[in-house]
Design a protein around this ligand. Sequence first.
Ligand SMILES: *Cc1c(COP(=O)(O)O)cnc(C)c1O
Length: 437
Amino acid sequence: MADVYTGAEPDLAALLAARPAFSMNVREGLSFESVPLNAIADQFGTPVWVYGAGSIRARFAALKAAFAGENLPVHIHYAVKANDHLAILSQFQRLGAGADVVSIGEFLRARQAGVAAADIVYSGVGKSAEELETALGQGIGQINVESAEELEMLSGIATRLGVTAPVVLRMNPDVDAGTHAKITTGLAENKFGIAAADIPALYAHAASLPGIRALGLALHIGSQILSTEPYAKAYAKAADMVRALRDQRLSVEVLDLGGGIGIGYHDEPGMNLAAFAATIRRTVGDLGVRLMVEPGRYLVGPAGLLLASVILQKRTQKRFVVLDAAMNELMRPALYEAWHGILPVDPALFHTAQTQADVVGPICESADCFAQDRALPDLPPGTRVALLDTGAYGAVMSSAYNARPRAASVLVDGGKAVLITPRQPPQDLWADEIVPA
Ligand SMILES: *Cc1c(COP(=O)(O)O)cnc(C)c1O
């Protein structure tokens, strides 16, 4: 996030050095997981999303290893909203991850990718009766309830269906995650969760309601968190709450620790996973509850890039590099002022003179800007560039604004790139539109 990172902007070499999945070869140019990006652009065109299965596996393994290092049996539920492509979901399904979903669409996607309903957690402030009915009917493993109103609604639906809803109450710990205002969720003023002061009475009520089985507590304080400090505070509050509920003779079996693990978008390290695991052990490790986490960004962010081509460079008072990718593909810079590294694919461009440029898309909005005053070499028309760390909250936020067909996407695995989303033909943009007679 632009407002959190305080270091200098890394140069091209520093960006590359901080990303071991990338390599630069004098003949082939920039490669991702050993596949030259030029070959991908030649075969599939641009803009194209490129995801790396090896990176996904490595990141999942690193998180598991951090928990194992603390002897913590923490179950990982992948937060589907970060990247909901079936090919990505099936990677996590094969790795043994559960899924964290925030809509019935995500629930059905995870099911389609082979995730067992029992291994799916359903979060969100506004689940409709219809959505809850579908999830309960398929045997969902856990529903994270975010209000007293939702609890009543769920009890009614479960009773009518003759099932018991496995319920966890989402507590708002009122902790500042120290992240961008638009992605912080654990402050009392945010719309998420139930105030800590209201949890004991509501939990006792849940335990007595028909159709409800109160399993435990959940919390999720925000996204792109780089320090263990907010986690330590929030988890300590959760531990206190578990003890307080048990003092009331209420049973607490589950503690869902949420997501939010941050990554390095510049050349800074992301969250220190060993320190994160140690924080969990220290704060909630001896409660004897089933622990789970719900990371999204950490698992897929650096495992993806958006490959684009320069349409032209326009010079006014400033230099504008206009790409064939735009904010309809990647919204994060427009939405959160997010910073993404940009690397040219051509190795010669790493060594030529640089000047400041704004890197923009062709959409008719001034917010359609990927980078401002970025030091970059001359990037003539046709030059290919990679927008880094766009595997999370990238394609999922895409739209067809300005009637721009959906970009293609490929998955790289074992040195081969496979098409996983064909580029949308323009006529498909209006294929389901109805003109009344
Ligand atoms: C978005 C979200 C996550 C994932 O957040 P990341 O920052 O991508 O790890 C996890 N849990 C809940 C409830 C969420 O809303």
